[in-house]
Design a protein around this ligand. Sequence first.
Ligand code: ACO
Length: 402
Amino acid sequence: GIDVSALLKSTGFVTLDVGFVNTASTSSAITYIDGDAGILRYRGYPIEQLAEKSTFLEVSYLLMNGELPNEAQLRDFADKIRVHTLLQEEMRTFFSGFPRDAHPMAVLSSAVTALSTFYQDALDPLDDEQVDISAIRLMAKLPTIAAYAYKKSIGHPLPYPDNSLNYVENFLRLTFGLPTVNYDVDPKIAKILDMLFILHADHEQNCSTSTVRLVGSAQANLFASVSAGINALSGPLHGGANAAVLEMLEQIRKDGGDVNSFVTRVKNKEKGVKLMGFGHRVYKNYDPRAAIVKKAAQEMLSTLDTPDPLLEIAFQLEEIALNDDYFVSRKLYPNVDFYTGLIYKAMGFPTKMFTVLFALGRLPGWIAQWQEMMHDPATKIGRPRQIYTGSAVRDFVPMSQR
Ligand code: ACO
């Protein structure tokens, strides 16, 4: 029955925990992780079961509403999203304002902030109805924005969504379809991408989700909060790792494919050299998502006419790392990003789009966490303390005496 935070406040006691290694910022009923055992569950359901048996929209509903939907609820949710996939015509011109080689993550976060300018009558973070429609708009429009960011980067016209298709199929058609050529979405590819979105859908208080919550704790609207989350995700230590892994594998291949000498550079802690896609703040065991992605990568890449040499390099890296004391003693295992890039590449996505795909998958988690925070009576504005290490008080020195 002790109110620890009141006690700490009354004593003026401040804890320093750089990187929040041991400090919880919230309680949450959404996602459970046991990092030592390699367990991940959304709302109690094991990730393995959801990846095998569910769909991304069903999981999105589960995260946001706490329970799996029945048939009517899921149809209603999918229909609502379906009718909001279009962007306002003015939004379409937005994409021409960026340089051709703009990073799609920068376009994505800018466009999400821009979206809020079209819905100024529905931004109140404390109004559940307004939040619900904002959540639907975001779920519906993020794939359209993501596909347009890609289309602009290759100089193609922007197609309109096809609402006869399901969520992931529509996104694939928007991305890879051409107005001049019939484009049939490969249902096997759509299924795998849907499954990857499920694996990315939430991961409790990671960097981007904590960002979404922190921004929202100031009662900034959902678009502003999610846009901030996209920016956090873009970093190579977070969602940007999936692209960094592929760049690392490409570099090893270009340097002659000597995996052992690369691992030696990692172990020697050469500046900027890490085994990307390895290690995790919470998992001190094989990331359960990585195990599922590895299997999918093996299956998908075995169907290619020409095998991807990068897959072999990735297998070798993993094999060496799992048997090397540097990695074993630090409990460094593959994380979700280690094999995803190889699948995205085989699907035809350029490396720059990989983190965008992560963002599409993570969106329902951000929304669910933001909504949970808004409904939690314990919520306060996030405002960490600091330990001041600067100068003691001193007198101002006039310019002529410096
Ligand atoms: N390669 C080599 N060494 C590593 C790696 C790596 N990928 N990750 C951690 N280490 C080492 C550190 O150098 C450190 O060694 P030390 O004790 O000798 O100093 C030790 O392992 C502990 O690492 P920390 O950096 O303290 O671990 P932290 O929890 O702060 O970082 C992180 C976790 C950022 C994921 C880190 O493992 C990393 O940079 N990995 C590569 C990037 C990556 O794959 N990110 C994706 C994460 S998952 C996600 O966002 C979906």
